[in-house]
Design a protein around this ligand. Structure first.
Ligand code: NAP
Length: 231
């Protein structure tokens, strides 16, 4: 169990999709919530504090860390899916995936670790949740750039967890398959999970001290098969 009595959270990409569900549920749990968005005017969630945050822009990240100076829980949710293949996809898209999921998430984490440390200096713990994917573990050619970026973010999550454990900050990963958001609007509804259900499960996992949160059955199956040789 993480020792967090009152949550002050920052959620990245909180204006739509899974991030919006995280922000809504944190408010419902009594948290103070900063809703990070590239365009804060698109945040439409009662009870949150919208702040401008482009996770790939170091100046925007620096300003957000200054403005949201009392955060003790960081939800690294913002992401993109270009579906670029590694060999034939546009190289800018491959860069965008890495810039967002790996460097963007790491940049926000580096900026907010000192904020969380200051917030918990008087007692209590802090936490970071990184939204990863089933594709951190399964790497189809059709989403090669996305999968590689999520796999890199998975490795980063594990290493950062080790670095932060002695400093009182718990780090967890959410791995999940298709959710019903704009990112996969072309996928049939019966293959997608409700992002509100995933957000609730992920927050429960984070606050109970889980390190690896599995969001759906597909991801559970892929995880179970990871020790099998690749076909
Ligand atoms: N949907 C799925 O099936 C699925 C499955 C597994 C994991 N995920 C992961 O879940 C997370 C949320 O995705 P979603 O499904 O909610 O997708 P979504 O509906 O497309 O929302 C993506 C969010 O990320 C924001 N974002 C993108 N780049 C950003 C940047 N540079 N700085 C700040 N915000 C940025 C977007 O902001 P704008 O409105 O400004 O574009 C938007 O708020 C992502 O990490 C994604 O990889 C999704």
């Amino acid at each position: 169990m993480t020792n967090i009595e009152h949550i002050t959270a920052l959620v990245t990409g909180a204006n739509r999709g899974l991030g919006k569900r995280f922000a809504e549920q944190l408010v419902a749990r009594g948290a103070k919530v900063y809703a990070g968005a590239r365009r804060p005017d698109t945040v439409d969630i009662p009870g949150v504090i919208p702040i401008q945050l482009d996770i790939t822009d170091p100046e925007s990240v620096r300003r957000a860390a200054e403005l949201a100076g009392d955060v003790n829980v960081l939800v690294n949710n913002a992401g993109v899916s270009t579906r670029a293949g590694l060999l034939d996809g546009a190289f800018e898209d491959v860069h965008l995936e890495m810039d967002t999921h790996f460097f963007g998430t790491l940049g926000v984490t580096r900026a907010f670790v000192p904020v969380i440390e200051r917030s918990i200096a008087g007692g209590g713990g802090g936490a970071i949740l990184n939204v990863l994917s089933v594709l951190s573990w399964f790497h189809p050619a059709s989403s090669g750039a996305y999968s590689a970026a999520k796999a890199a973010a998975w490795a980063m999550t594990d290493a950062v967890r080790d670095e932060l454990a002695p400093r009182g900050i718990h780090v967890a990963a959410l791995h999940v398959g298709y959710m019903d958001t704009d990112m996969v609007s072309d996928i049939p509804a019966d293959q997608k999970t409700d992002p509100a259900v995933v957000a609730e499960l992920a927050l429960d996992g984070l606050l109970s001290g889980a390190t690896e949160i599995i969001g759906d059955e597909l991801t559970r199956t892929v995880k179970a098969q990871m020790s099998s040789p690749r076909a």
